[in-house]
Design a protein around this ligand. Structure first.
Ligand code: NDP
Length: 282
């Protein structure tokens, strides 16, 4: 039976560490602040944004949530980002994705001041990740690595297979795994014989967005399995991994919910606190 990589539990213990860092900043007269912009009425985004603002509050941080209507133009959105870029009370800025189709995501992420890019999606942040230089690492990939590290899982020399190549999860997590000396294979929708490849994985990261795509026969005995998927289905919230089947073969596995999700939020908080510390030159 696999051990559970419990993101909820780890996030709760990291919360205590982060509270102490917030207190230390406040003692110097600085309250770490996060600005969040949401455009339109995507139901999932509303929940994510609410959870992020709530976590700021729990940690004693400042947050501003701006909810703009669906028909907001790209120029209007960029102007609001400029305002947040200039606001000294905000150390981090996040624009909740997805955006309505008439707005180019790239133009939006590029507009955020790299010093405030706590989501790690701008070219400067992603370039730093590629080069192994200090910078903001995207929150979900960072949380995945932290979860494995806390369970004492060593990645050196392991074959890590990542299913998914998005800019938000698949690509950055592949780079992080590589930086830990794993041998990394990245799969995507055009990959042939996916199952033959995933069965070779010592560490399997599923970031696909297809409910329960990864069944027991995709997994090697003893593999570490990380399920990033959050799929809202008529049967409820499902991951990309068929948990019951896969946990019987895996040595460690993340649950959905309670695995990668809570780690994403806490890493966002960590990045924002780091941004405030950098601004204060701590
Ligand atoms: P994207 O839709 O941007 O990317 C999905 C990736 O999966 C693409 O690279 C796509 O390939 C690949 N893919 C699609 N179908 C298949 C298939 N049948 N076989 C192999 N590869 C396939 O999704 P995201 O990366 O943004 O998110 C992935 C999942 O993770 C979603 O469920 C999302 O909700 C969840 N998520 C969870 C987070 C958390 O905090 N837990 C945070 C972010 C996302 P191609 O490039 O060829 O199209």
């Amino acid at each position: 039976m696999a051990i559970l990589l419990d993101g909820k539990k780890l996030s709760a213990s990291l919360r205590e560490e982060l509270k102490a860092r917030v207190e230390a900043l406040k003692a110097r007269g600085i309250t770490p602040g996060l600005g969040v912009i949401r455009v339109g009425d995507d139901a999932a985004s509303e929940v994510y944004v609410r959870n992020k603002a709530r976590m700021c509050e729990r940690l004693g941080m400042h947050s501003v949530v701006l909810h703009l209507p669906e028909d907001t133009t790209q120029e209007q959105l960029l102007a609001r980002i400029d305002e947040m870029n200039r606001d000294p009370a905000l150390h981090g800025i996040l624009v909740q994705l997805p955006l309505p189709p008439h707005i180019q995501e790239d133009a939006v992420t590029a507009r955020i001041d790299p010093k405030k890019d706590v989501d790690g999606f701008c070219s400067e942040s992603l370039g730093a990740l590629l080069k192994g230089e200090p910078g903001f690492v995207p929150c979900t990939p960072k949380g995945i690595l932290r979860l494995m590290e806390s369970a004492g899982i060593s990645l050196r020399g392991k074959h890590a297979v990542v299913v998914g190549r998005s800019m938000i999860v698949g690509k950055p997590v592949s780079l992080l795994l590589l930086s830990q000396d794993a041998t990394v294979t990245v799969c995507h929708s055009r990959t042939q014989n996916l199952r033959d490849i995933t069965r070779q994985a010592d560490v399997l990261v599923a970031a696909v967005g297809k409910p329960q795509l990864i069944t027991g026969d995709f997994v090697k005995e003893g593999a570490v399995v990380v399920d990033v998927g959050i799929n809202r289905t008529p049967d409820g919230l499902l991951g990309d991994v068929l948990f019951d089947e896969v946990q019987a073969k895996a040595s460690a596995i993340t649950p959905v919910p309670g695995g990668v999700g809570p780690m994403t939020i806490i890493m966002l908080m960590e990045n924002t606190i780091e941004a405030a510390e950098r601004a204060a030159q701590i």
